[in-house]
Design a protein around this ligand. Structure first.
Ligand code: LLP
Length: 424
């Protein structure tokens, strides 16, 4: 469910016409709907409330990588969410947005000593360790800082999530987590390291999952491991089940399982675990809450269907190029006609293609289009390739809206670079 609707012939985000934003800010521009964000938080919360144990209920730690915009994070902070962070930068952003560090989980295979120090200094709630070498480094850093780090190991359950290979993370040949079979010995060694408090287990097998079965298979393995670890004397009090729930990009396909379906499965899989549960949803919170608005620059003949050349490109929205991802593309003022077209950006690569032979609203030069479901891994993955400034972002709330990231002038990009004396 989202709050992007056609009203009086014009596509709106809540009560604001996308064209009004585009007129004021220019294009391309990302537009987020606050009501949609809040709705998805509520849906996720309803799905998991009451699961696991502990006075505070489950921790929903938003995967900041999906959308790190400060205003988005501030919205989620107000809703009471924590954060799944994977870098010093994400820790800083989450702190700046008002997310309590105790509600943060620090994930990632390549945490540096500096990042560990930063996380310890702010008081991050849990480190999800991905290797024994990382545990040893964290122990050294924590002892030097005079602090204790609460840790979980991320377990690689060797389960195929059945999603795109580039976003599968739970197979044994992926770089993530420690091997399932190695876990008991790794926990025993970690428990003996000073500066660490071993408290949990963690798992995350991939993203945009459209089937709950691989998740449940992974959770079943984690449940068995918790019993084994407890048998060996480890007090396991937290279980972090990661993120991964898919969202509907293409409404002509069967809808992915809902958060409610997910909650029912989690209740079944975690029955009797007697741990606090942590969830790290990213896409399901922000995916449908964003649209990328672009202007049609011109049309150009193609062999089978014409090219619609828009002023957004792969640098603004990388997902179609990188994962062959499908985003619905709608005219902001549809005229009732449809046409089969190829939608492309101006970047000088054939990979800069958003849609091929797509039947969509007919558009002409000067019209605007909206790439839907562009709230997750969209602005977050933008680059300045082809010296195209990062796309501005706007947050809508009812009938008001605000620029929450300004378009960076090209002069600022140039000014960050220096030409050494010996070239002048
Ligand atoms: N937890 C961990 C440890 C993760 O690595 C991720 C995502 C999440 C949680 C959140 O997963 P979500 O609920 O959003 O599926 N750029 C790709 C997606 C990469 C996901 C990376 N990890 C895309 O555009 O599809």
């Amino acid at each position: 469910m989202d709050h992007f609707t056609l009203r009086d012939g014009a596509l709106h985000a809540e009560d604001v016409a996308l064209d009004a934003i585009a007129d004021a800010v220019g294009t391309p521009v990302y537009v987020y709907s606050n009501a949609t964000l809040r709705h998805h938080v509520q849906v996720m919360r309803d799905a998991v409330t009451g699961l696991g144990v502990g006075p505070d209920g489950p921790l929903i730690a938003f995967a900041v990588k999906a959308n790190p915009n400060g205003a988005v994070l501030a919205t989620l902070a107000r809703e009471g969410l924590g954060a799944d962070v994977v870098s010093g930068g994400e820790i800083a952003r989450a702190v700046a947005a008002g997310i309590p560090p105790a509600k943060m989980v620090f994930s990632g295979v390549g945490k540096t000593a500096d990042e560990m120090r930063q996380a310890l200094a702010v008081g991050v709630g849990q480190f999800n360790l991905e290797s024994e070498a990382e545990a040893e480094m964290l122990s050294v850093v924590a002892v030097a800082e005079g602090r204790t780090a609460a840790v979980a190991y991320r377990i690689n359950p060797d389960v195929d999530a059945g999603t795109h290979a580039k976003i599968s993370t739970g197979r044994s040949d992926n770089k993530f987590g420690i091997p399932y079979a190695a876990a008991p010995a790794a926990y025993t060694r970690a428990a003996a390291l000073p500066g660490l408090h071993v408290q949990g287990v963690a798992v995350h097998i991939g993203s945009q999952l459209t089937d709950l079965a691989p998740l449940e298979a992974a959770f079943d393995r984690i449940g068995a491991l918790i019993a084994t670890l407890r048998g060996a004397g480890h007090a396991i009090t937290t279980a972090d089940l990661g993120g991964g729930l898919g969202v509907p990009y293409d409404r002509s396909l069967p809808a992915p399982p809902s958060p409610a379906d997910y909650g029912v499965m989690v209740a079944r899989a975690t029955k009797g675990w007697d741990t606090r549960l942590i969830f790290e949803p990213g896409r399901v919170i922000v995916g449908n809450a964003g649209a990328l608005v672009a202007t049609v620059i011109r049309l150009k003949d193609g062999v089978d269907s014409p090219f619609v050349i828009v002023d957004a490109a792969m640098n603004d929205l990388l997902r179609p190029s990188l994962y062959d991802a499908w985003h619905d593309i709608r005219a902001t003022r549809p005229n009732g006609e449809t046409a089969a077209v190829n939608v492309v950006g101006p970047v000088c690569e054939s990979g800069d293609t958003f849609a091929t032979a797509r039947i969509m609203d007919a558009v002409a030069a000067g019209d605007r289009v909206a790439f839907m479901t562009a709230g997750a891994y969209a602005a977050a993955m933008a680059s300045t390739y082809n010296s195209r400034p990062l796309t501005p972002e706007v947050l809508v709330d009812g009938d008001r809206w605000a620029v929450v990231r300004a378009r960076e002038p090209i002069e600022a990009m140039i000014a960050r670079e220096q030409i050494p004396d010996w070239l002048v």
